[in-house]
Design a protein around this ligand. Structure first.
Ligand code: GDG
Length: 484
């Protein structure tokens, strides 16, 4: 992966997991479901590598400057322990048993909270034993943090898997400053009310001094919910609860703009994008989708729209080609298995009905690609299709925009992605409205160079203004300014 060139097991990395306990307590602790390293095996052997992505780079950089520690699950219990340090920051691994993986992770996190927080696109499942496991694992994280953070230190907790940690940690360590950031949407009141443990989740979050969301709408959903369900009073941005003041705000996440622009200008990657277009038969227009294979991303619906356009003649075989990358995700979950099965059926129908020999209309990759290959694809694509039914932000949209240094390329974007609030130059769609999606694709495909340029430069200016490093710094600054 190009995004993170330095290896966590390189010179200076130590191997013993317990060594984190021997060193001084950390001034800043990041707590996330996963550590920033992942175990990989290839022909050369096995190793721990940095997890790709701008989030890891940004959090690593703030931790490096502040005697930092990252606490999370290594993603496996079958291999040797992860390194005790990475890029000058210490790592502390949380153990999760196979049973907890089933109940806490696949169960409560991904089959209860994930669908509930994404507008219940799939019916959320509620099981009491999943909830018990969620409490148990959250307490394990909270205890590890309490044991690792310096007096008066700062703790930044991430995402929906760890919503009870703020309160648990406050009870163990009232001296520390606690921030929480939710990467996914916070649902409207009517949906959140379904959760049998809604009060406990809200109380868990209210243990923080600052609670951050991707967009103002999510922040206000949360504040209104809290005022209705608890003794908290206040406004959308400031709550008073149990004698404390809690700040609520929107902190839209972004990407590593400089890094992406650098890759987009790399001659090898540019040459690769030309090669990709050639391999696709040098069509007039390449349409691209890149998503984790997840039912929230609207992949099938988008492919259906494109298929209908081939049928009604607005797209033509040979002249227009679509590429869909669907990155394997949560494969042991039945919902995801079904999603993959249905998606592959739609893809093969589309090719069966519209393709010619040696000329499919959609190229489908169920793979995790190296990031520079992804950049080459972004460069090869004339029209990027990002049509989730609901998405906290959607970084793919921002990555595409940052890659288009020559101001070409058009983005079709769901109004239900957090990114829609910033990327106003996109062709906006309601992904549930198939005719509307087709019309937006038609407009994007046929947009003239001047219109495309105006739209793209508007989106690039906006994205450039705040990258992922600014996001991390602004959250931590707001956290430092909270009253304790
Ligand atoms: C959650 C929220 C929020 C994709 N395919 C490959 C690959 N990717 C990378 C992309 C991008 C990331 O994965 C996907 O990020 P998204 O934001 O689009 O979506 P989620 O995974 O659902 O993320 C989301 C985000 O958290 C951050 O807060 O925006 O709303 O759901 O960076 O580049 N990377 C590589 N190979 C691939 O094949 N290397």
């Amino acid at each position: 992966m190009v995004q993170q060139a330095n290896r966590p097991d390189g010179p200076g990395a130590t191997k013993a997991r317990s060594s984190t306990r021997d060193t001084a307590k950390a001034d800043l602790v990041v707590v996330a479901n996963r550590l920033p390293v992942q175990h990989t095996s290839n022909q050369e052997g096995e190793e721990w590598r940095p997890s790709p992505g701008g989030l890891v780079s940004a959090l690593t950089s703030v931790l490096q400057n502040r005697n930092g520690l990252w606490i999370g699950w290594a993603g496996t219990s079958e291999h040797e322990a992860p390194p005790a340090s990475y890029e000058g920051i210490r790592l502390r691994a949380i153990d999760i048993t196979n049973e907890e993986y089933e109940n806490f992770y696949l169960g409560f996190s991904n089959a209860t909270l994930w669908p509930l927080y994404h507008d219940a696109i799939r019916a959320p499942t509620f099981h009491r034993h999943w909830w018990q496991s969620y409490i148990k694992v959250n307490l394990r994280y909270a205890t590890a943090v309490a044991d690792s953070v310096a007096p008066g230190g700062t703790v930044w907790i991430h995402d929906y898997q760890l919503q009870l940690v703020p309160r648990m940690l406050r009870e163990l360590r009232p001296d520390v400053r606690i921030g929480f950031f939710l990467h996914i949407p916070f649902p409207p009141i009517e949906l959140f009310m379904q959760l049998p443990w809604r009060r406990e989740i809200l109380a868990g979050l209210l243990g923080a001094d600052l609670i951050g969301f991707q967009v103002p709408h999510a922040a206000s959903n949360f504040s209104r919910m809290v005022r209705r369900q608890s003794a908290a009073t206040g406004t959308d941005s400031l709550l008073h609860y149990e004698g404390r003041t809690i700040r609520i705000g929107a902190f839209p996440i972004s990407v590593d703009c400089e890094q992406i622009v650098k890759l987009a200008r790399d001659p090898d990657i540019r040459a690769r994008s030309v090669e990709i277009r050639k391999d696709l038969g040098n069509p007039e227009v390449v349409l691209l989708g890149v998503d984790r294979l997840d039912y929230t991303k609207g992949i099938q619906q988008r492919i259906k729209a494109v298929a209908e356009m081939f049928q009604d003649g607005s797209l033509a075989t040979g002249k227009h080609v679509m590429v869909q990358v669907a990155v394997p995700s949560r494969e042991t979950d039945a919902h995801y298995e079904r999603e993959r099965h249905n998606l592959e059926q739609v893809v093969s129908e589309m090719n069966g009905e519209n393709g010619h020999v040696g000329m499919p209309v959609i190229h489908y990759l169920h793979q995790n690609l190296p990031f520079d290959e992804l950049v080459a694809l972004y460069l090869a694509a004339d029209v990027m299709l990002v049509t989730p039914f609901r998405d906290g932000m959607n970084l793919v949209a921002k990555e595409y925009v940052m890659c288009r240094t020559d101001l070409t390329g058009r983005l079709v974007l769901s109004e239900f992605a957090g990114a829609a609030a910033e990327l106003r130059g996109a062709f906006m769609v309601n992904p549930h409205d198939l005719e509307g999606v087709k019309e937006a694709i038609r407009l994007a495909v046929n947009a003239g160079p001047k219109e495309a340029r105006d739209r793209m430069s508007r989106m690039r200016r906006k994205t450039y203004r705040r990258d992922v490093y600014d996001w991390a710094e602004s959250f931590l600054l707001a956290l430092q300014q909270t009253s304790m």
